[in-house]
Write a new protein. Structure first.
Length: 81
Protein backbone atom coordinates (compact mmCIF):
# COMPACT_ATOMS: atom_id res chain seq x y z
CA UNK A 1 0.00 0.00 0.00
CA UNK A 2 1.22 3.49 -0.85
CA UNK A 3 0.26 6.54 1.22
CA UNK A 4 0.74 9.94 -0.38
CA UNK A 5 0.52 13.03 1.80
CA UNK A 6 -0.47 16.28 0.12
CA UNK A 7 0.67 19.36 2.06
CA UNK A 8 -1.19 22.48 0.90
CA UNK A 9 0.00 25.89 2.09
CA UNK A 10 -0.87 29.48 1.24
CA UNK A 11 1.61 31.16 -1.08
CA UNK A 12 4.15 33.36 0.72
CA UNK A 13 2.81 36.49 -0.98
CA UNK A 14 -0.79 35.78 0.11
CA UNK A 15 -2.12 37.11 3.40
CA UNK A 16 -2.74 34.12 5.68
CA UNK A 17 -5.57 35.36 7.91
CA UNK A 18 -5.85 32.04 9.74
CA UNK A 19 -2.13 32.06 10.48
CA UNK A 20 -2.32 35.65 11.72
CA UNK A 21 -5.28 34.82 13.98
CA UNK A 22 -3.36 31.85 15.43
CA UNK A 23 -0.33 34.04 16.05
CA UNK A 24 -2.45 36.71 17.74
CA UNK A 25 -4.11 34.13 20.00
CA UNK A 26 -0.74 32.67 20.95
CA UNK A 27 0.46 36.21 21.72
CA UNK A 28 -2.38 36.58 24.21
CA UNK A 29 -0.98 33.48 25.92
CA UNK A 30 2.50 35.07 25.93
CA UNK A 31 3.86 32.71 23.29
CA UNK A 32 5.87 34.76 20.81
CA UNK A 33 6.47 33.57 17.24
CA UNK A 34 8.16 35.09 14.22
CA UNK A 35 5.54 33.70 11.85
CA UNK A 36 2.67 31.23 11.67
CA UNK A 37 1.08 29.84 8.52
CA UNK A 38 -1.90 27.49 8.48
CA UNK A 39 -2.50 25.00 5.67
CA UNK A 40 -4.11 21.64 4.96
CA UNK A 41 -2.84 18.07 4.92
CA UNK A 42 -4.60 15.37 2.90
CA UNK A 43 -3.69 11.66 2.88
CA UNK A 44 -4.39 9.54 -0.20
CA UNK A 45 -4.04 5.74 0.02
CA UNK A 46 -3.44 3.51 -2.99
CA UNK A 47 -3.56 -0.30 -2.85
CA UNK A 48 -2.53 -1.53 -6.29
CA UNK A 49 -0.52 1.34 -7.77
CA UNK A 50 3.26 1.56 -7.97
CA UNK A 51 4.98 4.46 -6.25
CA UNK A 52 5.24 6.34 -9.55
CA UNK A 53 1.56 5.73 -10.40
CA UNK A 54 0.48 6.85 -6.93
CA UNK A 55 2.53 10.05 -7.24
CA UNK A 56 1.13 10.76 -10.68
CA UNK A 57 -2.48 10.23 -9.57
CA UNK A 58 -1.92 12.28 -6.42
CA UNK A 59 -0.54 15.18 -8.44
CA UNK A 60 -3.55 14.99 -10.76
CA UNK A 61 -5.96 14.93 -7.79
CA UNK A 62 -4.20 17.86 -6.09
CA UNK A 63 -4.26 19.96 -9.25
CA UNK A 64 -7.87 19.02 -10.00
CA UNK A 65 -9.58 19.66 -6.66
CA UNK A 66 -7.31 19.99 -3.62
CA UNK A 67 -5.57 23.32 -4.12
CA UNK A 68 -6.11 26.72 -5.70
CA UNK A 69 -3.00 27.59 -7.74
CA UNK A 70 -3.70 31.32 -7.45
CA UNK A 71 -3.25 31.39 -3.65
CA UNK A 72 -1.78 28.01 -2.63
CA UNK A 73 1.12 25.65 -3.29
CA UNK A 74 1.35 21.92 -2.66
CA UNK A 75 3.99 19.28 -1.95
CA UNK A 76 3.70 15.50 -2.16
CA UNK A 77 5.34 13.03 0.19
CA UNK A 78 5.24 9.25 -0.27
CA UNK A 79 5.20 6.54 2.38
CA UNK A 80 5.16 2.86 1.54
CA UNK A 81 3.11 0.88 4.06
Amino acid sequence: MILVGVKIMPRKEVLDSQGRATMKTLGHHEIALNDCRVGKYVELKFDKETKEEALSKSKEIAELILFNPLVETFELEVKEL
